[in-house]
Design a protein around this ligand. Structure first.
Ligand SMILES: Cc1cc2nc3c(=O)[nH]c(=O)nc-3n(C[C@H](O)[C@H](O)[C@H](O)COP(=O)(O)OP(=O)(O)OC[C@H]3O[C@@H](n4cnc5c(N)ncnc54)[C@H](O)[C@@H]3O)c2cc1C
Length: 489
């Protein structure tokens, strides 16, 4: 039997680290963070690149100093990197025939989309009313828009708008934080329960990064406060045995050297992702989790968003260029088109329709970046780097034949779905689940205020900020507060 701790925190992501920070600040020191990987951060992963860095996971702070506690911590530590220059650079929108789409058309449709998402969707009641999918809701609104446009526009102009609508379905910044396969998977009521943090007037259009990357922030604000022996890396929790009558929990861990050890503790704080819980909950908990908790873990959505960076020796685009957008033709003539580079391989090319374009990195002028979500994001994780680089070169050439793309010198990307300690990227409320599933998951087990043995934190347990870094932070603090309260004399 290993040395005794009062509390074990599973995971050194934002939730685990914030839980530890709060315990330390409240004079509870006898805890241990057990982390499966050899690093802190979880879904925060900053990679050095060309004397700068790129983010494979979380990148931006939402909101401002009045509503986001991470923003406040970054400000106190002088780590905010606010980019409020806006973008007056050129965007290029091409369809599959390499025809340019007028930016005014894109702006017109984007305005309608913003209005649907910001004004119309929120009017749908998020409780005591039949649920429907976010996709259905948005389609219905666009049907009205297109019906009206049909009376005044030519077919070609209507087709253009349809391509922009399709592009925005995959690309709209608000929707980019779900990682679902289709918007018809997402509950509109669930979507409405997610709170978007507004920014103050001064920084309304600003993008808020962290100096030297998100991981630097976690190191400086959280990790630096901890003693070395308060965290065990390369240690995978494989079984949580709950002894309710005797009031203890045994945590069986597998170390890097294949040694199995057991910690006996009073409490365990689980911060593993909903994706990991979906996959492991059967073997992980003895006795099994209560049925109500298992159901909500099964019902909640857990999406995948992956990031890709293409590094070139020098830009092959103009200095004032912002991005290459791909406006796919959903029903059109190019359905038979295939990537030649994949033709003699086991990989099909359906996934590439989920790529909406490539954007010049905000700090690295010779790096293009993109995000891909849903099943396509999972699929491309299986394509080897060198083949993917060639396929993406061909894809750029398909939309922009007049601006030939060389082969990138380097391809850097995330593979969140195949990461055994994440299994995806974001929790979302799937059609058929509701905010109550998140609330249920967040409850301790057993749910008795004086005797919580297993506590649950992590972004997927925050009912207003799930899927976000500040949500993860707040849940870590919430569970630490629960424990501090318990031991207050
Ligand atoms: C591509 C991407 C972009 C994002 N962009 C943003 C953004 O711009 N803004 C924003 O606010 N949020 C963003 N997010 C969301 C944000 O990253 C997450 O909500 C947050 O980091 C989750 O933190 P967490 O502590 O809940 O979970 P995690 O970071 O997943 O931490 C869980 C930890 O548990 C460990 N673990 C798992 N299983 C075990 C086990 N059996 N034993 C021991 N350890 C285990 C894992 O290794 C991990 O370190 C993004 C996420 C992704 C993936």
């Amino acid at each position: 039997m290993e040395r005794q701790y009062r509390i074990i925190i599973i995971g050194a992501g934002i939730a685990g680290l914030s839980c530890a920070k709060y315990l330390l600040e409240n004079d509870i020191h006898d805890f241990l963070i057990v982390e499966a990987q050899d690093r802190i951060g979880g879904r925060c992963q900053t990679i050095p690149l060309l004397e700068q860095h790129v983010e494979l996971g979380v990148e931006l702070l939402h909101g401002d100093q009045t509503n986001n506690p991470l923003y406040q911590l970054a400000e106190e530590n002088h780590l905010l990197d606010i980019d409020d220059r806006g973008s007056d650079r050129d965007d290029c929108y091409h369809d599959e025939d390499a025809e340019s789409i007028d930016e005014d058309v894109v702006d017109e449709v984007r305005k309608v989309y913003d209005e649907i998402l910001e004004k119309k969707v929120p009017t749908y009641p998020y409780e005591n009313y039949p649920d429907l999918s976010l996709g259905e809701f948005i389609w219905a609104e666009f049907d009205q828009y297109m019906t009206f446009k049909k009376s005044i526009l030519e077919k070609e102009e209507l087709d253009e708008r349809q391509k922009v609508i399709n592009w925005l379905h995959k690309q709209h910044p608000c929707l980019n934080m779900i990682g679902c396969n289709r918007l018809t998977d997402v509950s509109v009521q669930g979507w409405n329960s997610l709170e978007c943090l507004p920014k103050d007037d001064e920084h309304h259009d600003a993008t808020v990064y962290l100096q030297n990357g998100f991981l630097n922030f976690l190191h400086k604000v959280f990790f630096r406060q901890m003693d070395e022996d308060q965290i065990q890396f390369n240690t995978v929790v494989q079984c949580i045995s709950v002894h309710e009558d005797e009031q203890y929990v045994d945590i069986e861990v597998l170390r890097h050297n294949q040694q199995v050890e057991t910690y006996r503790v009073k409490h365990v704080v689980c911060t593993q992702s909903v994706g990991c819980l979906k996959q492991n909950m059967q073997e992980l908990f003895v006795p099994p989790l209560p049925q109500s908790k298992r159901m909500c873990i099964q019902k909640l959505g857990f999406g995948t968003i992956n990031k890709i960076y293409l590094v070139y020796s020098q830009p092959f685009w103009d200095a004032d260029f912002d991005g290459f957008h791909f406006l796919w033709d959903i029903n059109g003539s190019n359905n038979e088109w295939e990537l030649e580079s994949l033709s003699d391989t086991p990989f099909d090319n359906q996934w590439c329709k989920s790529i909406t374009g490539f954007y010049v990195h905000h700090r690295l002028a010779n790096v293009l970046t993109t995000q891909i979500s849903g099943e396509a994001a999972k699929f491309i994780e299986t394509i080897p780097d060198d083949l993917l680089a060639v396929a993406l070169q061909e894809l750029l050439g398909h939309f922009y034949p007049d601006n030939p793309s060389p082969l990138p010198e380097q391809l850097i990307r995330s593979q969140w779905f195949n990461d055994p300690f994440t299994r995806g990227s974001h929790t979302f409320i799937k059609l058929g689940s509701s905010i109550h599933d998140i609330k249920q998951l967040a409850m301790p087990w057993p749910n008795k205020p004086a005797k919580p043995l297993v506590l649950f934190a992590g972004e997927g347990t925050h009912d207003r900020f799930y899927g976000t870094a500040h949500g993860a932070y707040l849940t870590g603090v919430r569970e630490a507060q629960r424990l501090v309260q318990l031991y207050k004399t």
